[in-house]
Ligand binder design. Structure first.
Ligand code: NAD
Length: 448
């Protein structure tokens, strides 16, 4: 199948590469010339395990190409996947300007071909408020008129950054919003290689398909805010959230996944998708109480953690002029994405107090540096960041932070405090080693 991806971000690039790997002929389009140049040179602009290798393999085989020439790419494609960003504005409304521009590009390319073309299926893969795919259909129709054949469809993406390639190659499920037999058949064809393990491909109406994505992300965000709220209650009553979690999650109706206490969620999806649900509700007169609370709890969680850092230093001359080492800057491990990262919120708050901030992240340091600027000193490893510091803030649960050399750490810190926003360490152990140890939903440990 000849396809085009509109946008080569996390979703467009992974989708394009994985479809090419299944034998399709894929053109990946982006308006960012620098990005396309890097892609053409075989350089992957994002960190995503396994992606660079798969990209190189398929580009070499001639099934995958990168271009800024939208008209040329869309001309030949039977399926066009719109994968551009859908950020939210200050009030939480979804900004559809990239979607509209993409739809107009597709429409102009189709119009130039005239009425004798094979019908294209235009798939909205970006996460969009319910009704947007139909709005895309109308935007295209306004330009191409009634003569040019095309079909609209929706196909939300469920990949997780950090596991995006394996999620795409082995999806739990594929959801397709369709309103024509042609679109339905094309989806079955192109997804068949990925669901041979028996995973379902659900065909449904376009609006329900759009809603599946919001319902899924809001539910996952709810789990995170729920466990964080419970963790806060544990702190207040001297219970241990890790034990509570074990006792609770063994119930098969509950399960263990996505119930980890910490600094709350970040990234480019959960924050905006919970807000978008609230906004969709407002527009329709449905008060989305749970989504509102989930967002509120999430925002408070970072601040609550920061307040504990402030309090620790209150009796030690205050935070100003202290040095903190931030271990982890990405919003979660195995990605270089720092959008809405809790780590960056904490760094900004600390800088506001006159703290010298040092950070280390295995892959997201460059992006974090670009966001924060030179006030954040980027270090080569966790020990360089901690050398002479007054405390370590564990802000992302990268595997390599899980078993540091605590004796070495204790010997290089000026003040032995660990503020663990990801509950990575055993509490008892750290008290014995002379650390002040703060975590989430567990008693604070003082040096023995
Ligand atoms: P992104 O910001 O990483 O990438 C978007 C790309 O689209 C950019 O490279 C941009 O230059 C390009 N672009 C913008 N307008 C264009 C146009 N007219 N033509 C061609 N290219 C254009 O975004 P992302 O993280 O890949 O997210 C894309 C969508 O997928 C969003 O709606 C997001 O909510 C959704 N989504 C994201 C994830 C994720 O983990 N990142 C997962 C599932 C769904």
């Amino acid at each position: 199948m000849r396809m085009a991806m509109v946008g080569t971000g996390y979703v467009g690039l992974v989708t394009g590469v994985c479809f090419a790997n299944a034998g399709n002929d894929v053109a990946c389009v982006d308006i960012d010339e620098g990005k396309v140049e890097r892609l053409r040179a075989g350089e992957c602009p994002i960190y995503e395990p396994g992606l660079t290798e798969l990209m190189a393999k398929n580009a070499k085989a001639g099934r995958l190409r990168f271009t800024t020439d939208a008209a040329e790419a869309y001309r030949d494609a039977r399926m066009i996947f719109i994968c551009v960003g859908t950020p939210s504005d200050d009030r939480g409304h979804t900004d559809l300007k990239y979607i509209k521009a993409a739809a107009e590009d597709v429409a102009r390319a189709s119009k130039a071909l005239g009425p004798q073309q094979e019908p294209k299926v235009v798939v909205v893969k970006s996460t969009v408020p319910v009704g947007t795919s139909h709005q895309v259909r109308d935007w295209i129709r306004e330009i191409v008129g009634e003569e040019i054949p095309f079909h609209i469809a929706n196909n939300p993406e469920f990949l997780k950054e950090g596991d995006a390639v394996s999620d795409f190659l082995k999806p739990d499920r594929v959801v397709c919003g369709v309103e024509s037999e042609l679109a339905s058949e094309m989806f079955k064809d192109v997804y068949d290689p990925f669901v041979r393990n028996g995973r379902p491909v659900f065909m449904m109406d376009v609006r329900s398909s759009e809603m599946v994505k919001y319902a899924s992300n809001n539910f996952l965000a709810t789990k995170i805010s729920f466990i964080n709220e419970m963790a806060n209650l544990c702190e207040a009553y001297g219970a241990d959230i890790n034990s509570v979690r074990e006792g609770m999650c063994a119930d098969q109706r509950i399960g263990y996944q996505f119930l980890y206490p910490g600094l709350g969620y970040g990234g480019s999806c959960f924050p905006k998708d919970t807000q978008a649900c609230v906004m969709m509700g407002d527009r329709a007169g449905v008060d989305m109480l749970v989504s509102k609370a989930v967002h509120e709890v999430n925002q408070r969680q970072r601040e609550r953690f920061f307040q504990r850092i402030i309090k620790h230093f209150e009796s030690r001359g205050g935070l100003a002029d202290k040095t903190l080492a931030f271990w982890g800057l990405a919003f979660k491990p195995r990605t270089d994405d720092v959008r809405e990262a809790p780590a960056l919120t904490l760094v900004r708050r600390a800088l506001g107090y006159g703290v010298e901030c040092r950070g280390f992240d295995p892959v997201a340091a460059e992006n974090a540096g670009a966001e924060i600027g030179p006030k954040l000193t980027i270090c080569e490893d966790i020990y360089e960041a901690a050398d002479g510091a007054d405390g370590v803030v564990v802000s992302t649960d990268w595997d390599e932070f899980k078993s540091p050399d605590f004796e070495r750490l204790g010997s290089i810190l000026r003040h032995k405090a660990i503020f663990d926003g990801r509950n990575l360490y055993r509490r008892q152990h750290l008290g014995e080693l002379g650390f002040h140890y703060y975590s989430v939903g567990r008693d604070t440990v003082e040096p023995r």
